[in-house]
Design a protein around this ligand. Structure first.
Ligand SMILES: Cc1cc2nc3c(=O)[nH]c(=O)nc-3n(C[C@H](O)[C@H](O)[C@H](O)COP(=O)(O)OP(=O)(O)OC[C@H]3O[C@@H](n4cnc5c(N)ncnc54)[C@H](O)[C@@H]3O)c2cc1C
Length: 430
């Protein structure tokens, strides 16, 4: 049986695992910490703006399983907040367990507390990887889904210090990428002005530490927008990874979303100032613990890759999620994960790799980000279906729509209807 080894159990690694398993491979997923979903453990926003289109494209292509799991674990559906329409919020308390059970039931081997530290290469191929405990996993194909966040030394050097976030590097050891273990030089993202990396764009507050009135609004509407008194305004917009939220409304207000905690849409906010705002007198950070001072730093290490998501220079190594470029988001991680899992199995089986066409938003973002990352200005941007540069492009190209019948028609016209479903074998698309 074809053996696929995936390093990194964030959304992209989980999606690659599901797709490779659907195609009949023996799949092993290695995750450094004790929980699946990585940064997705503290996220939750789905389907806002163009992410709706991308999710529906992937569902129409037959790769929608994880979107279905998310759908079953939502806290709020179809909410609007500044600059964002028709968003869904998943329940961060339930989602990791739900995904774990789904993958397990599919027969995927999941090893948590398995931090890959070594890779053995033969010519241009990866042969096996070994984790910190000395367990060795041999594979025919590999997927690098290790993300771009941290580790601590990057957060200290380029951010405001280790913010004690969900990635818990001091306990589980920092991120290590398969691409770099294979000897491939990775790319570093920059902020406007040239500084390296960028800071994660939201914090989580204990909902119970907020006033009853804010808690009620969050429970009822999923969102609460609280004006910041002018003397307490903080300006972090330039530092944010999530440029889709770098709008003046996010500086002048505290935008809170209910994902189980109060998701505060700002990279950090000094606690002593926060507690001066009515309703936040008892506010406490849940993630990162040092949310009053800083947040995790990301986009340090992206793999050079082609549009099949094959890592340049290593024949049987694929990449997904943030590892595959300056892509922000769970939706972006899932759709690239599906493609990486698929092409990894095809490569093992000696079949032609596929590239998704640019008549679909998913195909377009994959090729556009690669092209942009070859330019200095492009390396200073982040790309997401949900806002900023790429959402603008989606609208200009006519790719953004919430008309699911139209999305299905486009997918059909592109020749990809149910393509990833693998209910039958298809070898014709290139
Ligand atoms: C605070 C915060 C809030 C966010 N909120 C949202 C949101 O609401 N909506 C949204 O769409 N996006 C959000 N994002 C962005 C989104 O979470 C990410 O872009 C996306 O989920 C990245 O997925 P990934 O799989 O590429 O990487 P990651 O989520 O970073 O996962 C990588 C995984 O690899 C593991 N790993 C690393 N090295 C190794 C190794 N050597 N061996 C084994 N495992 C390893 C890590 O432990 C981690 O679990 C948020 C991000 C942050 C940080």
């Amino acid at each position: 049986m074809d053996r696929v080894i995936i390093a990194g159990g964030g959304w992209s690694g989980c999606a690659a695992a599901v797709q490779a398993k659907k195609e009949g491979a023996d799949v092993t997923l290695l995750e450094r910490t004790d929980m699946l979903l990585g940064t997705g453990l503290v996220g939750g926003i789905m389907r806002n703006n163009g992410r709706f289109t991308a999710a529906e494209e992937m569902i129409a292509m037959g790769g929608g399983e994880l979107f279905q799991v998310i759908e079953e674990n939502l806290k709020h559906k179809h909410i609007s907040f500044p600059g964002h329409e028709h968003g869904d919020l998943y329940d961060i308390g339930k989602i990791s367990g739900a995904v774990f059970r789904f993958l397990k039931e599919m027969g995927i081997h999941i090893y948590t507390k398995s931090r890959v530290l070594h890779a053995q290469m033969k010519d241009r191929r990866m042969i096996n990887v070994t984790d910190a405990e000395g367990n060795c996993y041999s594979g025919d194909g590999f997927v690098d889904a290790t993300g771009t966040a941290g580790p601590m030394n990057n957060c200290s050097k380029y951010g405001n210090g280790c913010a004690m976030c969900i990635l818990r590097c001091p306990s589980f050891g920092g991120r290590v990428s398969l691409t770099s273990l294979a000897g491939v030089q990775e790319k570093m993202g920059r902020r406007p002005g040239g500084a390296v990396g960028s800071m994660s764009g939201s914090c989580k507050l204990y909902k119970e530490s907020l006033s009853l009135e804010i808690q009620e609004r969050l429970g009822r509407d999923g969102v609460a927008v609280v004006p910041v008194p002018p003397e307490l305004v903080e300006d972090h917009l330039e530092k944010k990874s999530c440029q889709q939220y770098a709008l003046p409304e996010f500086r002048e207000n505290l935008v809170l979303l209910d994902t189980g905690h109060g998701k505060l849409m700002t990279p950090y906010f000094p606690l002593e100032k926060l507690q001066k705002i009515p309703g936040f007198e008892n506010a406490r950070y849940e993630d990162p613990y040092a949310g009053g001072k800083g947040n995790s730093m990301r986009y340090f290490a992206m793999a050079p890759r082609d549009n099949t998501l094959n890592v340049e220079g290593v024949d049987n190594l694929y990449c997904a999620g943030e590892k595959s470029g300056l892509l922000v988001g769970h939706t972006e991680a899932i759709v690239t994960g599906v493609l990486a899992g698929h092409n990894c199995v095809r490569r093992i089986q000696g079949k032609q790799q596929i590239i998704l066409p640019d008549t679909l938003a998913i195909g377009d973002i994959i090729s556009y980000v690669k092209q942009e990352m070859d330019t200095p200005e492009g390396m200073e941007r982040k790309y997401t279906f949900s806002g900023s540069f790429y959402f603008q492009r989606m609208k200009e190209k006519g790719l953004y729509t919430t008309d699911t019948a139209l999305i299905q028609k486009r997918v059909e016209e592109a020749g990809f209807s149910r393509y990833f479903s693998h209910s039958g074998k298809k070898d014709c698309v290139s």
